[in-house]
Design a protein around this ligand. Structure first.
Ligand code: UDP
Length: 361
């Protein structure tokens, strides 16, 4: 049986892999070996997704996290090379745009193992983002480029990638929303626990380095969310990186109690919170799309987005986080403002298509 070695490391990758790994198991023809780099390791950033989404435990856990981008990626490269030499896979599968993605792709390419990239072709055209560097380099060394949208496909075509290498399969996050998102409806647990009334609150997430590592941007976001919290509840499951920055600057202790800070929540609780929010304000890629899947207006706290189709269709408004007042106004205005109907993320079979494409390696 042919062997695929999948490299995972960060929260969104565990979520995306849940449907693709399931499809591998269903196929019965490809054996998948899971390697967890350890980039995200807290129980609520990692284990909860393996448990909730029915994933197998990783075959290898490398326990690599922290440090600068270069140090982290370098340590991953070294260990992944050892694992790949020992496992001798027929292909290596990577997701998205994290350091784990790049390390997996690069280690494999140097060992002449073909690379499959899920979420290929996304571009922000902002090379200051570590994610943009990771995704461009990963695409460059990949043998199979699985794109989530037509815009992503067009980026690769413009960059001269051979058409035969590109497969527009749709977005695996949409598959996940279909497979697991539906499981949520029966349990109103998290809303009850937080005493939230559906349709009356704002849900926020913030974790991108371009926001957390720039004090004036993070300040504008926090001030903007605090201002919104004077009007309606704001629920904020806070990413460990963001919590760390707010803690080290002394800002965390001074936040208004009206801002409902939570530890990161599991996927099912997150979807529950998303489905019933009046507005979602985020810098997350995955959360922008989930807002759309559940027909909730979204404010994206960034300079640009890879998910341009949602901005064009009116579901998502880009707000550069340089003014608290602007952030507050845009969030308040977004409530009740819905976009056009569209279906840009495939038909929910991306995972199956990826597995089928790898069938004959
Ligand atoms: N998510 C979650 N709990 C949280 C915050 C996010 O389960 O407290 C999920 C969210 O529903 C989405 C994914 O994590 O499926 C998005 O990951 P993240 O925002 O970390 O990364 P990005 O999508 O920006 O790469």
């Amino acid at each position: 049986m042919k062997k695929i070695l999948t490299v995972l490391g960060a929260r969104p990758q565990f979520i995306k892999a849940s449907v693709v790994s399931h499809a591998f198991r269903q196929s019965g023809h490809l054996k998948e070996v899971l390697v967890h780099t350890g980039q995200h390791f807290d129980a609520n950033m990692s284990d909860v997704f393996f448990n909730e989404l029915g994933m197998s435990k990783p075959d290898h856990f490398l326990d690599i996290h922290g440090g600068g981008h270069g140090a982290m990626t370098g340590r991953m490269l070294e260990r992944l090379e050892q694992v790949m030499l020992a496992e001798r896979p027929d292909a290596v599968l990577v997701y998205g745009d994290t350091n784990s993605t790049l390390a997996g792709a690069l280690a494999a390419a140097k060992l002449h193992i073909p690379v499959a990239h899920v979420e290929a072709g996304l571009r922000s055209f902002n090379m200051a983002m570590p994610e943009e560097v990771n995704r461009i380099l990963t695409d460059r060394v990949s043998r199979w480029l699985f794109t989530p949208t037509n815009a992503a496909t067009q980026h690769l075509v413009r960059e001269g990638v051979a058409l035969a290498a590109i497969q527009e399969v749709g977005d695996v996050m949409y598959d996940v929303a279909i497979h697991h998102g539906q499981r949520v409806d029966a349990t109103g647990r998290v809303l009850r626990q937080l005493a939230l009334t559906p349709g009356t609150y704002v849900l926020s997430t913030v974790h991108r380095a371009e926001n957390t590592d720039h004090p004036e941007r993070l300040q504008a976001i926090v001030d903007g969310l605090e201002a919104v919290a004077q009007h309606m509840p704001v629920v904020w499951p806070i990413h460990p990186r963001t919590r760390g920055v707010l803690q080290s600057t002394g800002r965390l202790a001074k936040l208004t109690p009206k801002l409902r800070l939570l530890d990161p929540v599991g996927y099912l609780d997150m979807v529950q919170l998303e489905k019933h929010a009046a507005v979602i304000a985020t810098d997350s890629g995955g959360v922008q799309k989930e807002a759309f899947f559940y027909k909730v207006p979204c404010v994206t706290l960034r300079d640009e987005t890879e998910w341009v189709e949602l901005v064009e269709a009116g579901w998502n408004r880009l707000v550069v986080p340089d003014s608290a007042l602007k952030i507050k106004d845009q969030i308040i205005h977004a409530a009740g403002s819905f976009g056009k109907d569209l279906k840009p993320y495939g038909d929910g079979t991306a995972g199956m298509q990826i597995v089928n494409a790898l069938f004959n390696i």
